[in-house]
Design a protein. Structure first.
Length: 393
């Protein structure tokens, strides 16, 4: 690759949309589409002022882009949902500056699938090494302590580990379609006690006079998305200083655009008699996958959160042959509603020898403990399930 040219970009807009789409290839995750990442920037959600500096690394052969690493320079750890407090504390103890740090992920989206992007037919192993080497040079030159690839794609993970990235396991939740044809089949996999509990929770919502409507595709307009932002904002405000309100109304409005709305699905809770919306959840979909992202309600209706964020999406997923549903970060209550624990890997590089040595010595023990916790958690779920493949262990 003698003619290879490396470039850094401070915005995804510096990379042509068509060229980016060619890099995505079969990696159809909507969270890495040019439109999604660009909307985060143009809506002023992901900008330097908010602690996110886009830094897309690319490799070019002549006029053709053949690889890219979506990266961000971060001034904090918010919006990652992988909690690196212990790393930050260690850096402080070593008198090292922890921020800024390099992050590879789709901002604010704790969804598995991060990878470097390559044109079809390129040597992915060699390009992974080349891009990581460029990242190392950039980090050392600019006094950056670490580079962190979060929620990595299990297949690309192998290439990055071969390039000496350190692996750290965290935990995620996942529902998988396993022969269910309808919601009754889903209920049939629970023990009798939890089955009664789920039926009761759904009845509570219905008996409150609430109807759930599903909106997708051309049914989604700007008014819907303004409403969704209102509920998102309302939910975040209830957590006070811990509320994760990162996205602007402009971003939600962008999601109603023709290029993005095909991946959006809304579950709207209305009072049947008054046709008044009291709550809403937003999910992102692809051909085989559903991701739960945001929700909110202006009234505290018993079990409405479970209905709009879990049961209605699961019912829709079954009816539409969706294979997997990732409900989002956090929440042990998900385990009682059909979601199993699964490891997700992040990969890390530290540019201080002491920091690197100490963390790499600790990681095998921490990873072993996390896998043990996941196994114990799944042993206690109140339903039958097919054990998830621990493909990234």
């Amino acid at each position: 690759m003698n003619n290879l040219k490396i470039k850094w970009h401070k915005s995804i807009s510096e990379i042509p949309e068509k060229a980016w789409r060619n890099l995505l290839g079969s990696n159809l995750s909507p969270f890495y589409s040019w439109e999604w990442l660009n909307a985060l920037e143009t809506s002023d959600s992901i900008i330097p002022l908010n602690g996110w500096q886009p830094l897309f690394l690319s490799a070019w052969n002549g006029k053709n882009i053949i690889a890219s690493a979506p990266l961000y320079l971060k001034a904090h750890s918010y919006g990652e949902f992988i909690f690196d407090n212990s790393f930050a504390e260690l850096a402080q103890n070593l008198n090292l500056k922890y921020y800024p740090k390099l992050i590879g992920m789709s901002p604010l989206s704790p969804v598995e699938g991060y990878r470097f992007l390559f044109s079809a037919g390129e040597n992915e192993k060699e390009l992974t090494y080349i891009l990581i080497k460029e990242i190392d040079i950039f980090a050392k030159k600019n006094g950056i302590l670490s580079c962190n690839f979060l929620y990595v794609d299990p297949q690309w993970q192998l290439l990055a580990e071969a390039a000496k990235c350190a692996k750290w396991f965290n935990q995620k939740s996942l529902w998988s379609l396993n022969g269910e044809k309808n919601f009754s089949d889903y209920l049939g996999k629970f023990n009798s006690n939890q089955r009664r509990n789920i039926i009761r929770e759904r009845k509570n919502v219905k008996n409150s006079g609430i109807k759930i409507t599903t909106l997708l595709g051309t049914q989604i307009d700007i008014d819907n998305m303004k409403k969704m932002h209102y509920f998102y904002q309302l939910h975040c405000s209830r957590w006070g200083i811990w509320g994760s309100k990162y996205l602007s109304e402009s971003f939600f409005i962008e999601l109603a655009s023709r290029k993005l709305r095909d991946n959006i699905i809304l579950f709207e809770a209305k009072e049947e008699n008054e046709d008044k919306t009291i709550g809403m959840s937003l999910c992102i979909k692809s051909k085989e996958m559903l991701w739960g992202r945001y929700w909110g309600a202006k009234e505290n209706i018993d079990c409405l959160h479970f209905e709009t964020c879990y049961y209605a999406p699961i019912e829709w997923a079954i009816e539409n042959g969706i294979k997997y549903f990732d409900p989002g970060a956090g929440g042990t209550h998900k385990r009682r509603r059909g979601f199993v624990a699964k490891p997700n890997a992040s990969l890390h590089r530290w540019y201080d020898a002491r920091m690197d040595s100490l963390i790499r010595e600790w990681l095998p023990k921490a990873n072993k403990l996390m896998l043990s916790q996941i196994k114990a958690t799944n042993n206690d779920v109140p339903f039958k399930f097919k054990k998830p493949k621990l493909s990234n262990t």
